[in-house]
Design a binder for this molecule. Structure first.
Ligand SMILES: Cc1cc2nc3c(=O)[nH]c(=O)nc-3n(C[C@H](O)[C@H](O)[C@H](O)COP(=O)(O)OP(=O)(O)OC[C@H]3O[C@@H](n4cnc5c(N)ncnc54)[C@H](O)[C@@H]3O)c2cc1C
Length: 492
């Protein structure tokens, strides 16, 4: 389920192994691409260089910018889906309505908007950042102007000469605000929390480099390796030696001083938490844009929307023609969790009760033959999610190999293994900047647990997911009861 980086990458991996694999991708939208199909707001681009933010098995020597723009990344995903045969296995416009584990026949019964099907194995690659989050404030429906989320940008609405309120100051807002500011009459930015910002060292990739990458692919691999190693360097500070972040924060402080000369505004834009506690924002024009006379920064959240404007925490009303919500997504409450019912008839959401957990971010006790991509604790604040998704794809492909070799009808992670895994994660997370850096971020769920981030170097995740670990699973052969560690014995 889902044809973004996760679903396409996994399906491509499985088809590479077996072009005749009995595999179907269902995608609710009318095209593949996930994040990069949906987020069409002005200025949308990745903040990890494309040399790394792309599949290792499908390097593209033709990136025009070091950091790919949305349309380029979307085209790339379409191309990879076509070339790997994934497109022809994908049914678009097909929304999952419900998937229920049928213990009698040991299959998933899947109900979609286009009809029903059964599946031996179900893989949810529905994305952690695919459900836009809107603030729960009164009056949004009564607003008579235009109101939309950055992930569902209303391109039919002309912002020219309009008074616009932007709610939120995260990774999307910093990309689109500088792009629309020349067009609007006045922009009022509602900032509940200031974020650390660093310059984005983006640039056009020269024709020479592109030719080099095409003719000598190893050179692009080298660039990928260097970017990867640089990014991993951040983990030392974020997860192990937090004091190192102070040096890094000084750079951001100096950048803020250079970009925002006004003391009052600079104070409002100075975060109160350690750098990287929230995702670092990369932009060359965000801070400067906020110093413009036609931009106001309201250091407050939004408490209500009226017919003609928005109201801040202090009760002040700002008349506007349009409201753009840059309020992020719902990674700790993914909608798909409400639609997948496990062995006991309860949904994943009912199991998780607002605090998702899994084994290796991929499997959940009580949900046989279900695999998650970009599941709990697989997000990163510093590097490419595609690296994590490829790790999970390799793990799932190996799990399917073991199932075939074992003639297993089901695999299900044991409760004990899942618990042990999470007991190992939590103390590591407690030491990281995301938990101890003094911020409240979308990495922490409603129970206060960090159920979003991977706590250490990404190569450690790669190492743990390199091979399926049958010793942590209960495998059931067709027509038999279950047996633990059967796979491990067979492999040995
Ligand atoms: C604006 C933005 C910028 C980002 N920039 C970066 C970056 O620079 N670097 C980085 O590493 N990560 C970035 N990310 C994170 C990004 O989401 C991941 O890198 C990656 O694209 C996730 O891929 P995915 O396939 O797991 O999820 P998605 O791309 O979200 O794809 C999920 C797919 O599942 C489909 N789907 C969902 N529910 C259903 C259903 N019920 N039935 C059928 N289909 C369904 C969706 O329509 C979608 O196509 C960014 C995210 C956003 C929103």
């Amino acid at each position: 389920m889902g044809a973004g980086f996760g679903g396409i990458g996994l399906a491509a991996t499985l088809l590479r192994e077996d072009p005749a694999a009995d595999l179907l991708v269902i995608e609710r939208a009318d095209d593949v691409g996930g994040t990069w199909r949906d987020n069409t707001y002005p200025g949308c681009a990745c903040d990890v260089p494309s040399a790394l933010y792309s599949y290792s098995f499908a390097p593209d020597p033709n990136w025009r910018y070091a950091y790919g723009k949305q349309s380029e990344i979307h085209s790339y995903l379409r191309r990879v889906a076509d070339e790997t045969g994934v497109t022809s296995r994908t049914v678009t416009g097909c929304d999952l309505i419900e998937a229920q584990w049928d213990a009698g026949v040991r299959q998933w019964r899947v109900r979609t908007g286009l009809g029903s099907l059964t599946a031996t194995v179900l893989i949810a690659a529905t994305g952690a950042l695919s459900a836009p989050k809107l603030p729960e404030v009164s009056g949004v429906d009564s607003f008579t102007g235009a109101a939309f989320h950055s992930a569902t940008w209303d391109h039919g609405f002309d912002l020219t000469g309009k008074r616009v309120a932007v709610i939120g100051t995260g990774a999307s807002a910093i990309q689109f605000v500088p792009e629309i500011v020349d067009q609007v009459e006045h922009l009022t930015l509602f900032q509940r929390t200031a974020s650390w910002v660093l310059p984005k060292h983006d640039r056009l990739v020269s024709r020479f480099e592109r030719t080099l990458f095409r003719t000598l692919p190893v050179t692009q691999k080298l660039v990928r390796g260097v970017v990867y190693a640089q990014k991993e360097g951040y983990v030392v500070g974020m997860a192990h030696q937090l004091w190192l972040l102070r040096l890094f924060q000084r750079r951001a402080e100096a950048y803020l001083r250079a970009q925002v000369p006004d003391d009052g505004l600079r104070a409002a834009l100075t975060p109160t938490f350690t750098i990287t506690c929230k995702r670092i924002l990369l932009s060359n024009d965000w801070l400067r844009t906020l110093t413009r006379p036609d931009v106001s920064v309201v250091a407050s959240g939004l408490t209500a929307v009226t017919e003609t404007g928005v109201v801040d925490d202090a009760g002040n009303e700002y008349p506007v023609d349009a409201i753009i919500f840059a309020t992020g997504f719902t990674p700790t409450e993914p909608p798909v969790a409400r639609h997948i019912r496990g062995a006991d008839g309860r949904t994943l959401a009912e199991h998780w009760t607002g605090s998702p957990s899994a084994h290796l971010g991929t499997t959940v006790h009580g949900f046989p033959n279900l695999f998650l991509m970009y599941g709990p604790n697989t997000n990163l604040g510093h590097s490419s999610i595609v690296y994590m998704l490829e790790s999970q794809a390799a793990y799932i492909a190996d799990a399917l190999r073991v199932m075939r070799a074992e003639r297993a009808a089901t695999v299900e992670v044991t409760e004990d293994a899942q618990q042990r895994y999470n007991d190992g994660l939590d103390p590591q997370l407690a030491r990281t900047v995301w938990n101890a850096g003094g911020c409240d971020s979308w990495y922490l769920d409603s129970s206060g647990r960090n159920s979003v981030m991977w706590p250490t170097f990404t190569w450690r995740f790669r190492r743990r997911t390199k091979r399926f670990d049958p010793e942590n699973y209960r495998l059931t052969a067709a027509g038999e009861g279950s047996r633990d560690t059967a796979g491990a014995e067979a492999r040995a």
